[in-house]
Design a protein around this ligand. Structure first.
Ligand code: GTP
Ligand code: MG
Length: 197
């Protein structure tokens, strides 16, 4: 797939706000601050279409972006952001779960995990949310620019082993929003699974 155009469509705070005009969707999920919005911008070749922040908890809605007029990219809020109330955190979790659960147009899910750390409890919690959904999932290990070559290889194994421990075997792509690493591979997965170009 090649990117020709991308526009923000809308943000939704509840399932009633999800668009229902039906193109296939690719969603980006992961813990707060892992780099979801930055990676979407990198893949789209746009500097700041998706809003990013050094502070966790930036994306508070489910944001839909129309790409090439044939697919939606979906930027999910981060899981596990500690600095909002428990109630708010729970509301985001439910919003994400309801999206992952009953979204017939969701055809590919990218699960972003920070390549610098062992997968955390929230990463595994997200895995439990999509396990059994039948949606193809690819893991994107983020911020790989912060690791040397050796540590990148080790990080890949760490993520693979943590997923294996909970019985998941998923493709893992090392990525960096700063250097563009992983972009071609991400676009190939989208093009291959969604049959769009
Ligand atoms: P929430 O919306 O709060 O859940 O965060 P998010 O997952 O969308 O993360 P966001 O893209 O806002 O990035 C969080 C921080 O990580 C920002 O300071 C980014 O500049 C930084 N960041 C994101 N991707 C990369 C990357 O590939 N490399 C480096 N070095 N920093 C990154
Ligand atoms: Mg974000």
């Amino acid at each position: 797939m090649q990117i020709h155009s991308a526009q923000f469509v809308k943000g939704a705070v509840s399932p009633r706000g999800f668009p229902n005009d039906g193109p296939p969707e690719v969603a980006f999920a992961g813990r707060s601050n892992v780099g979801k919005s930055s990676l979407i911008n990198m893949v789209l070749g746009r500097k700041s279409l998706a809003r990013t922040s050094r502070r966790p908890g930036k994306t508070q809605e489910i944001n839909f972006y129309r790409v090439n007029d044939v697919v939606y990219f979906v930027d999910l809020p981060g899981l596990g952001y500690a600095k909002v109330s428990k109630r708010e955190r729970e509301a985001w979790r439910r919003l994400i779960a309801s999206y992952l659960d009953k979204r017939p147009t969701l055809q590919l899910l990218f699960h972003l995990i920070d390549s610098r750390h062992r997968p955390m409890a929230v990463d595994l919690e997200l895995a439990e949310m999509y396990r059994g959904s039948g949606v193809p999932v690819i893991v994107l290990a983020t911020k790989a620019d912060k690791l040397s070559g050796n540590r990148r290889a080790a990080a890949h194994r760490t993520v693979r082993d943590a997923l294996a421990e909970i019985g998941l075997e998923l493709p893992i792509v090392m990525t960096s929003a700063n250097t563009g690493r992983g972009r071609e591979e991400i676009l190939e997965w989208i093009g291959g699974l969604l049959e769009v170009n």
